[in-house]
Design a protein around this ligand. Structure first.
Ligand code: HH2
Length: 272
């Protein structure tokens, strides 16, 4: 049995992103060759990432998704090389991909559908004894931006995650292995994304560690004045990570690990 997620990932812990995809919104194509992805994963851990999140399917707004075969074709050679050696999370909604990743040594399953995408995934996570990240998203990546309507975004995201947490626990995943993520950029407006960080206490009230993935997301570029932005700069990503940490986030999912570790170290020095 793994140690509780809170012990394994003390706040702040950095999750480094490794997208083995041709089309991810900020780093598509960069790590598509297995040898590049492996080198990136090793570098991110050397820079201070507590875990690297390896994904073979882009979830950027409008994307269509790929088959389990294609996803495995992308991530398997990377996992074969690094999952036994480095701390790895698999960013997938598919049971077949998660099963293989856990066999190869991954310790966390990061599911942006919060166990709604594949009916077999909960069992794979429970049987594998893995950590689980449950993320909020309305609809699917292809349509999610059109569905961004909430009366109270923080309360509705928390209610959704409370229900998905109960579902995961009922499926046999121990509660102390689960973390929750409001899904920054997944079917939310710019203002709603910032409100979710501002009102993180609503999510923290569920009693589970919170993951925030604001890194490079378009809301950062938009709040800086470009209404058409599809990404945000490093400076803005660091501010968002620090703001989320100061409001109680435990894991920060980022592309730029070294800079984020440094920014969080300074924020932590001020805080103690
Ligand atoms: N964001 C992305 C993907 N997976 N998982 C969690 N838990 N939280 C997030 O905020 C999150 C996530 C999107 O970012 P990225 O992986 O860089 O892009 P893409 O989905 O285009 O590959």
């Amino acid at each position: 049995m793994r140690p509780p997620l809170r012990e394994r990932f003390p706040a702040p812990s950095v999750m480094g992103v490794v997208n083995v995809t041709p089309d991810s919104f900020s780093d598509g194509g960069v790590n598509l060759r297995p040898e590049d992805a492996r080198a990136t994963a090793r570098r991110l851990v050397a820079e201070g990432a507590a875990i690297v999140d390896v994904g073979g399917e882009s979830t950027r707004p409008g994307s269509e998704g790929v088959t389990a075969e294609e996803e495995l074709r992308r991530v398997e050679p990377v996992l074969e090389a690094v999952a036994a050696e480095l701390p790895v999370s698999i960013d997938t909604s598919k049971a077949a991909v998660a099963r293989r990743a856990l066999e190869l040594g991954a310790e966390m399953v990061n599911d942006v559908t919060a166990l709604r995408g594949d009916p077999g995934l909960a069992e794979v996570v429970a049987e594998g004894g893995a950590y689980l990240c449950l993320m909020h998203m309305v609809g699917k990546p292809r349509t999610m931006q059109a569905d961004a309507r909430y009366d109270d975004v923080a309360a509705e995201v928390a209610a959704f995650l409370e229900q998905r947490l109960a579902f995961a626990v009922a499926a046999g995943v121990p509660e102390e292995l689960i973390c929750l993520d409001p899904g920054i950029g997944f079917g939310k407006t710019v203002e709603q994304n910032f409100e979710l960080v501002r009102r993180l206490d609503v999510l923290l009230a569920l009693g589970r560690p919170v993951v925030i993935g604001f890194s490079r997301k378009s809301s950062l570029g938009r709040v800086l004045g470009d209404p058409q932005a599809t990404t945000g700069p490093l400076s803005a990503s660091l501010a968002a990570a620090v703001a989320a940490y100061e409001r109680g986030a435990t894991i920060l999912r980022v592309h730029d690990v070294r800079e984020t570790v440094e920014a969080l170290a300074v924020a932590g020095a001020v805080g103690t």
